[in-house]
Design a protein around this ligand. Structure first.
Ligand code: SF4
Length: 63
């Protein structure tokens, strides 16, 4: 099981993580203009989202 955290103070809402995640863990909140972790239970722990995030806003940890 993995815990995915988005630091909204850093996030610029470019949706890179939403588009890159192979497990569709993220949805994009159009009002707030940032991703939300909608399906945490589907996370594979691959850290693709961490790699594509241009501002280092995402952390993934095993829990
Ligand atoms: S670690 Fe991989 S599966 Fe999990 S949210 Fe990030 S891109 Fe998606």
């Amino acid at each position: 099981m993995f815990k995915t955290t988005v630091d909204y103070d850093k996030c610029i809402g470019d949706e890179e993580c939403v588009n890159a995640c192979p497990a569709e863990v993220y949805d994009f909140d159009e009002e707030a203009k940032h991703p939300i972790v909608a399906r945490q239970e589907d996370c594979l722990g691959c850290e693709t989202c961490v790699e594509v995030c241009t501002v280092g806003a995402i952390t993934v940890e095993e829990v």
